[in-house]
Design a protein around this ligand. Sequence first.
Ligand code: AMP
Length: 190
Amino acid sequence: MNLIIFGPPGAGKGTQAGILESKHGLKQLSTGDMLRGEISSDSDLGKKVKDILARGDLVSDDIMIDMISNRIDQDDCAKGFILDGFPRTVAQANALDEMLSKKGKQIDHVILLSVDETALLERIRMRIKQSGQDARADDNEETLKNRLEVYREQTAPVLPYYEEKELIYEIDGMQEIDLVSEEIENLLSR
Ligand code: AMP
């Protein structure tokens, strides 16, 4: 089974993808984590994307599509995967469909974690406070506002694409973590 976990920054995508990975053996593919890995290892790609991430803008579609396409081919994705942070543009969604059909795969569900923006800002402020020195370079108020704007302008337009395919399952992402994962389990057991 292949899933997309979708929602704005701070909606809990990474947390839920991690839970799904340990419960179901599906591989969590977080494009944000992959990019941060490139930055910490100071690779050519890392150097190229460092400032983009720090601003909260999007890395180019070509880079992201290649990255995901290569990753999906690896053995640990054979049982299925959870895309966390991809696709983030309509072009990425189109390219994903095309690459999956070439590989004989498909997306089974798109789990949309919906949020209340005011509560979300508060949640991310907490995350910044709790992580102190280890805070992500893009977890600060200014970048966060940009990330939310980028989500509204470039990422939310992906939703009608999956609505048309009747793949979206919406869950209130502001609930407790356990309740969100319970709802996801309900969906998967149907
Ligand atoms: P995340 O950890 O998912 O919040 O991603 C952190 C940052 O990585 C984003 O703000 C973007 O700069 C970049 N990024 C992650 N995934 C993508 C993607 N699919 N397309 C473009 N940029 C991305």
